[in-house]
Each structure stands twice: as C-alpha cells, then as structure tokens.
Design a protein around this ligand. Structure first.
Ligand code: SF4
Length: 439
C-alpha cells in the first residue's frame, strides 16, 4: 500500500490511528493511474489518484470536462475498456466475507480486498453487493427491447442467486445470457427470473418514487420520461443492496427541477440504506448540496481534497479558487464572473511535463512549480481538531505550505514565450524531417 494519504493523516492527527481510519473507510484508493493507448499516443487520463470513502458519506469528485472524473469512476468500478487500462494503483473495498475467502495475503488487508489483485470472476462478483454505478444517460444504459421491470428483476435475480449460492462463480458473475433467453422462450416455466425477483423489482420501483410501479414495470424504456428512467436506473443499481453507489453525472441530462428531485431521492435513499455515494459531477451546486467531502480533479489528478466546508470556504489550490470564483454570487448579483483563463491540457504523455499541470493557467506560478510536480500537502496552517478534522484538507500545490510573494511570480508572458519557443522548435523539427524525407 502506498499510503500517501494515510501518512499525511497520521502526521497531522496522531490522535486518530490508521486502524480507526480504516474502520470508518469503505473504499481506499491508492496511487491509481489509468492510461489510454491510442494511435496518437498514450493519454494519462488518471494520474496517481488517492482518496478514501467513508461509511455513509457522500464523497464528491468535481472538475471540468476532460479532468479525468469519469475515468476515475470507471477505474474504481473496474469498467475501463480498451484501449484504456488501469496501469497501477490499488482499489481496496471493505468486504469482510470476501476477505476471508481470498487466499492471497497480498490482496487482503484486514477486512479489505484489493480488487486489482483478485481474479476477474471475484472482481465481477463485487458488482452489486459492494458497489453499483449509475450513469449520465439512462436511455443508453437500459436495453430498449426489454421492459424496465424485466431489467431490474434480472439484476435482482443475479444477486438473489449469488446470495443463495455464494460459492457459485456463475451465479455471482453472470446475468441473463442468450442460453437463458432461449430456454425461457421455449420453456416459459424455466424462466431465469423468479416471481420473487419480479416482485422485488416492483418494490424497488416504488422505493425510487415511480407511480403505479406494478403497471410501469411492464413498460419499455422509451415509454419513460428522462427523470423516470434515471429513477429506474437507480432502482436497478439498488438491486444488490450495494454498500457504495458510484453516480457519474447522474443529473446532467435532466432539467433543473428533475435534477433536484433525483438528488433528493439519492439523499433519502442514502439515509434509508446507509450506503456511501461517490458523486461525480462538474456542477459545484450539486457538490454543495450533496457532499460531505470533496476531491477537486484537474488534468487527471486530485489537486485538492477535504471536508466540503474546508474546501469551499478556504480553498488552497488556485484551480479550486478559480472554479469557485467562476460561479455567480447571489449576494452580489452585479459582480463579474471570473473565468479561469486557458484550457485543460491535452493529457498526452509526451506533452505532460514534470511540473504542476496547472502552471500555465495559474496566476501564482513560480519557478519552483516548474521543477517537479507538487506533492499533496496538508500543512495549510489551519489548526487541526483531531476529533472532527483528521487533517485531511490538502492540496497538490506549493501554496499549501508556502506564502505567495508577488516578486516570485513568473512574468505573465513566460508561458506565451515558452509555447512560441516550443512551436518554433516543432517547426524546425518538421522542416528537418521534410529535408530528411526529401533526401
Ligand atoms: S503549484 Fe504553483 S503553478 Fe501549480 S497551482 Fe500551485 S502555485 Fe499554481
């Protein structure tokens, strides 16, 4: 275990031991990196990400489009597809029963299991009871040729069989396949989905607020509105009674009033079931409304994390400050919004230098920001109350423990000159290549 985050928490708060921290954690992500191997080059979509999710909390991940939020969600859900791959890191889920079954000391740490070190079938068995995901666009996530009720009942059935026969790899990992479909068509009495699962599907539809759930269960996805489809997706995700729900932009495709209803629903379900939620969004309003703690992502890295109030009231990283400064202030409607100049960098490996990735957009960039990527630091100068704040508010920025002195700032034209230089050298390289080709 890399223990980057753990070691900072230990330094800042000796009163809270690692064991106490782990007892509160449901998920520990350490040093997680995900790459996409494209024809244009290697894309470093997620870079050495560390965070914990605790029992019953909502942990938010926020950032601009292209910052790596969704790929982080897919990576912890083991759902990254080719040409992408999780290339390093650890994803520890707390699952005491599974930890007892696994016969590999490297993959087990107390009640935690590192899903990256267990066989594929075991990893898949965690989907449902350990975690579920809901996505931005429910229409593309549901099968248009099956009724909503059938799809939820199938998810319930898979989990029901897994619970009835926990050692059966097939029941734990496979859903309704072609053979099942043919068998249930030819012999209706051999239906894959039991009556009990169908009834449970209707209960779940009721739980997520679908009116007339028994009738609506027989309808197809195209007969549902956007908000109802998202509710149906949530019902399907709840089929395995997950400890953790990963919600990737769950309200982005919905209009504002429906967004609020879905967020309220998620909060109510969380209160009811005690599950934890990882909420992925670009919307700071959603984070403010839903989350207990938050991680801010930029260019594949978490650049600041902490309790919601710490990060929103006392942001350390200039990117977080920029995000917060770019939303309207209702107390001062006449004030101008402050956009963050520039764009998120391309994440191609050959273009990512060994320096702070935010440097060319940062008004505080200094010489020392360019020599190496800044470490995560919790030394924010704030007093730490070990009972309520395990010292976890930190930022990947030299300002976390350095006073900014205006005289240290790089001149405004520094990056413009630098990019002209590099495009000049690119041009030269291209010209040389042309000459060589002509030769
Ligand atoms: S490390 Fe330097 S360049 Fe990067 S955000 Fe902090 S002050 Fe700005």
């Amino acid at each position: 275990m890399s223990g980057d985050e753990t070691s900072h928490a230990r330094d800042a708060s000796p009163a809270i031991s690692d064991a106490d921290e782990d007892a509160r954690n449901l998920l520990r992500v350490r040093d997680l990196s995900t790459r996409f191997f494209t024809e244009e080059g290697q894309v470093n979509a997620v870079e050495s990400v560390d965070f914990d999710v605790r029992d019953g909390e909502v942990f938010g991940i926020v950032g601009e489009s292209g910052s790596g939020k969704s790929v982080t969600a897919l990576s912890i859900g083991d759902l990254v597809e080719s040409p992408g791959r999780v290339t390093s890191g650890e994803v520890w889920y707390r699952n005491a029963d599974l930890a007892e079954e696994i016969d590999d000391p490297e993959a087990v740490d107390g009640d935690f299991v590192d899903v990256r070190q267990v066989p594929e079938n075991v990893r898949r068995s965690l989907r449902g009871p350990s975690f579920s995901m809901i996505f931005q666009d429910p229409m593309s996530s549901l099968n248009p040729s099956l009724t909503v009720g059938e799809q939820i009942a199938e998810a319930v059935e898979v989990q029901r069989r897994a619970r009835a026969n926990p050692r059966s790899t097939r029941s734990r990992t496979q859903g309704y396949g072609l053979a099942d479909m043919l068998a249930s068509t030819v012999l209706p009495s051999r239906s894959y989905v039991s009556e009990e699962s169908r009834e449970r599907a209707i209960e779940l539809l009721e739980q997520v607020g679908i009116p007339d759930p028994a009738d609506r269960a027989d309808e197809y996805p195209h007969q549902f509105s956007g908000g109802m489809l998202q509710r149906a997706m949530i019902a399907q995700a709840l089929a395995g009674e997950p400890d953790l729900l990963i919600a990737d932009e769950p309200t982005t495709a919905l209009d504002v009033t429906i967004q609020a209803q879905i967020l309220d629903l998620l909060r109510d379900l969380q209160d009811e079931t005690g599950m934890s939620i990882v909420m992925i969004t670009h919307n700071l309003g959603v984070i403010a409304r839903m989350c207990d703690r938050v991680g801010v992502m930029y260019a594949g890295e978490i650049v600041e994390r902490g309790q919601l109030a710490d990060v929103f009231d006392d942001p350390v990283h200039p990117y977080t400050q920029g995000l917060l400064g770019s939303i309207p202030d209702l107390d001062e409607p006449a004030s101008r919004l402050q956009p963050i100049e520039g764009n998120v960098p391309d994440l191609y490996d050959h273009e990512m230098g060994d320096r702070c990735y935010f440097a060319d957009r940062c008004p505080y960039a200094m010489e020392e920001c360019l020599s190496h990527p800044p470490e995560f630091d919790t030394e924010t100068g704030k007093p730490v109350d070990p009972k309520t704040d395990p010292g976890e508010h930190g930022a990947r920025c030299v300002l976390a423990n350095h006073e900014f002195r205006p005289e240290d700032a790089l001149p405004e034209e520094y990056f413009a000159v630098e990019s002209e230089d590099s495009s000049g050298s690119d041009r030269e390289a291209a010209e040389t290549e042309e000459v060589n080709t002509d030769d």
